[in-house]
Ligand binder design. Sequence first.
Ligand code: S3P
Length: 168
Amino acid sequence: MKSWVLVGMMGAGKSTVGRRLAELASRDFIDTDQLIVNRLGKSIERIFEQYGEQTFRDHETSIIQSLTPGPNIVSTGGGAIMRAENREALSKIGTTIYLRVSKEQLIERLKTSRKKRPLLKRDDWETAFQKIFDQRSEIYEKCDLIVDLDNLSLEDAADRLYKDLNNE
Ligand code: S3P
């Protein structure tokens, strides 16, 4: 059985939507960031601080390459699809789904939650975020499926996604 792989920017709701979707579809939920945290026994924040982004990315790649297809939902970190080898590995295990949320809505959401995100721990975080968004959008849009989640609660987003996937 193919996995459903959730892709998208920080703040798009991949983990929350993924968990709810897993309940609706009776699938297992897997979060690649959580697998990295479990492997290293440290938070994402600490991993970035202690080892830097490159090491985090290397763990991210090896975790992604260890995934196998199945009745599950895989939530990826926002930057996971930037490496071609990761994109290839994720496409192999299932359907990649871009949770698309506008830059403006993401910024609003991140105002309350950005502090946990190492790439946004800076005074000019909005500018940094916009740059990352612009760099990644084109790649996100190459996913098998794009779901627009603007103006939807995360709960409604999961319901919408569930319907879309069942009609696929
Ligand atoms: C990152 C997103 C984070 C986490 C790390 C890097 C990114 O995950 O993997 O901080 O590069 O966008 P979320 O997308 O779940 O916030």
